[in-house]
Design a protein around this ligand. Structure first.
Ligand code: NAD
Length: 388
């Protein structure tokens, strides 16, 4: 089949298997070109198929020589429908890993469920015995808890409504957008989905089954961003969930300190991923941020971020944290000179100037790459087998 992108709003409904494979291969090559690290030998990545989780899996395998077990929620191709990009990424990763003698197995299913936790534990027991690093990198729109309740996360502010500039990526125009405040129920639901409760449930289950090595480490990913986006991010519903994630890291540290388990939140940079495209106001910030960071040669994608996290912030069990114990790879993004420049551009940005001021091309390039499109040396006119 010839596979072309079909973009609908924030999502592309098709994915290209060869483009996805190339992306994975490029990430592997990047990690191989960097110094090795020691972050774990048997690594569980929850949310392993795209974005930061995929980068973590690749960096653990090719940087730290780790056997990796991944958990994802992806769809296989069916009829004329392509698989999701995470499916193709994972198939490609497994093929490369096998060729390179690295253990790689993946469980496809709902990570929030007890069933997938149990399945994971039996695979660990059978194949790996124990794991020494657990990366928690889920970004999900909803979660069904054990009693059958479905919680949906929302991207809203809290308190009062918030109005600011917004970039409409469908026609590159800038207009004001107003984000309504969330209700208490919406805040609670977002915390249920994106907070730390499920992370802790994973750690509890892994501990109870005795499949965590002594002195194991667990890391969950978070974001803070600049003051400009505080109303929609840090002080919004998602920020409340991230506060909960941080509190959970403290709780895990207390509860399992006897096993030497250490839990961290790593604050990462804003990047175009399937999860972040949907947040209002953030895309305009990202196009300006990309422009400024590229100009200063400080721009990083997921793989550069995670490679730096593993090699510089948590290598050999030496953890470089901020004053409250968080790992930080958002340091370049939040550098004062970078933010000052971004704020200046923010003031000037409107429909007439955005093409020049913002890195729209870079944004779209990253967006298409997520689905395996616009990748160098891929023949998009060629027939491809979509059922991998
Ligand atoms: P992503 O959408 O690229 O990846 C999400 C992963 O979660 C995928 O592997 C997907 O298969 C998996 N997943 C989703 N629902 C699942 C379920 N029910 N069961 C099993 N797997 C499921 O997202 P991302 O941007 O890489 O985000 C990962 C984490 O990093 C999130 O916590 C996010 O908040 C954080 N983060 C993202 C950014 C950013 O700008 N993108 C910045 C900092 C931190």
């Amino acid at each position: 089949m010839i596979v072309q992108p079909k973009v609908r709003g924030f999502i592309c409904t098709t994915a290209h298997p060869i483009g996805c494979r190339k992306n994975v291969e490029e990430q592997i090559n990047y990690v191989k070109s960097k110094p090795a690290c020691h972050v774990g030998k048997k690594v569980l990545v929850i949310g392993c198929s795209t974005g930061y989780g995929l980068a973590s899996r690749i960096a653990a395998a090719y940087g730290s020589g780790a056997a990796t077990l991944g958990i994802m929620f992806e769809k296989q191709a069916s009829g004329k429908r392509t698989a999701t990009p995470g499916w193709y990424n994972t198939k490609a990763f497994e093929t490369f890993a096998e060729k390179d003698g690295l253990y790689a197995k993946t469980i496809n299913g709902d990570a929030f469920s007890d069933e997938i936790k149990e399945q994971t534990i039996s695979v660990i027991k059978e194949d790996l015995e124990k794991v020494d690093l657990v990366i928690y990198s889920l970004a999900a729109p909803r979660r069904t808890t054990a009693d059958g309740t479905v919680y949906s996360s929302v991207l809203k502010t809290t308190g009062t409504e918030f109005t600011n500039k917004n970039l409409n990526l469908m026609n590159n125009t800038i207009a004001e957008a107003t984000i309504p405040p969330a209700s208490e129920e919406e805040i609670t639901a977002t915390i249920k989905v994106m907070g730390g409760e499920d992370w802790k449930e994973w750690i509890r289950a892994l501990n109870a089954a005795d499949v965590l090595e002594e002195n194991a480490v667990t890391v969950a990913y978070s974001y803070i961003g600049p003051e400009l986006t505080y109303p929609v991010y840090k002080n919004g519903t998602i920020g409340k969930a991230k506060d909960h994630l941080y509190q959970t890291s403290q709780e895990i540290n207390k509860e399992w300190q006897n096993n030497g388990l250490q839990a961290f939140v790593s604050v990462n940079k804003a990047l175009v991923t399937q999860a972040s495209c949907a947040i209002p106001i953030v895309p305009l910030y990202m196009t300006l941020l990309y422009k400024v960071m590229k100009k200063h040669n400080l721009h990083e994608g997921c793989i550069e971020q995670i490679t730096r996290l593993f090699t510089e912030k948590m290598n050999n069990h030496t953890f470089i944290t901020d004053e409250i114990g968080r790992l930080r790879v958002d340091d370049y993004e939040l550098r004062e000179d970078i933010q000052q420049e971004v704020m200046k551009l923010w003031e000037q940005a409107d429909t007439d100037t955005i093409q020049e001021l913002g890195d729209l091309d870079g944004y779209w390039e990253d967006f298409y790459h997520l689905f395996g499109f616009a990748v160098k040396d891929v023949d998009y006119e060629a027939d491809v087998d979509i059922d991998i």
